[in-house]
Ligand binder design. Sequence first.
Ligand SMILES: *Cc1c(COP(=O)(O)O)cnc(C)c1O
Length: 383
Amino acid sequence: MFNKEIIAGFQNHKTPFYYYDLTVLDETLKVINDEIAGFNYKVHYAIKANTNDRILAKIKEYGLGIDCVSGNEIKWAIKNRFEPGKIAFAGVGKTDEEIEYALKTGIFTFNVESLPELEVIDTMAGKMGLEAPIAIRFNPNVNAKTHYYITTGLEENKFGINHWELSALFELLAKLTNIKLLGLHFHIGSQILDLSVFKNLCNRVNDYQREFSDRGIEIHHINVGGGLGVNYQNPDGEPIPDFKTYFQIFKKFLNLRPNQELHFELGRSVVAQCASLISRVLYIKEGIKTNFTILDAGMTELIRPALYQSFHLIQNLSKLNDDPSSKYDVVGPICESSDCFGKAIALPKTERGDIIAIRSVGAYGEVMSSSYNLRDKAAVVYR
Ligand SMILES: *Cc1c(COP(=O)(O)O)cnc(C)c1O
């Protein structure tokens, strides 16, 4: 991702900043479209991963739809010229205002996460003289084998309708007159690297499909959510996730009915690898076991390590050809002990003023930034 010229160009920039390589995004989107070509598959980009308008313009160019989890995300998607008819709307806590706005706008589906939500949407659609397009989000109780905080498909999680609620759901569906059931929706977690998890998901989806067809209910589409992981350890070795194997699992194990569409909601796997957070070393401070490399970027620009103990590759771009010779705790300037990007990280001998890259920050990076400690918003640089 980095060559001498690019790194030399960084010298003139105020740090920290997010560096987006749009060629990586282009290539990623190309692979996605190549892999779904010829299949009745639709990909919605999960906009919560990154709402940057240049990124969205690229994604729009490739014809993806959008997956939203708030009314403002729907507004932002539409402002960025995505068609309402390609927008799915998930979330366990949709407010009346958000529901009303989404109904008026004419989105693709409400991905409904509870029975009370279904009743509220039905009532509101009735008042507006509309029919609400819905998919039911099920909690399939499939272990995503990922970090606890980004697991969403277990019965103990707050997301989706559980299997034991199924008969109550069928009763309710028979009663409600202002909804149109289009799809079955699932999303079991994020940063999933054990792809057998998606095979388990397919098996559960097949079971759910059967329960609906047994009752003579036709389903227009299945939506299997997102969650495909990326290689945070080696972003240069694997800049594009293995979409081929990912889609093959669904081609092989999911029993689609004739003419049924299969929808995906990919977030992280689309955008994670196209960005790095670029910062400068402010100080090297001696510690007891390892020295500290204190950066001018902190958890305000990238909260993932503090929030989920996530790993991001850290590189000293000023010493890219030197061998790692020392270990450093790489930390930010924020007044929190959790403001740490990595402990005992092997780097070349590092000095004040060196340029440091924290890799794979395109997903859940800029979008989760904050002004805590009254920090300035980091700049953005594109290639
Ligand atoms: C966050 C989210 C996604 C995207 O997850 P990734 O792991 O980023 O692919 C998809 N669907 C729903 C409902 C989500 O909440």
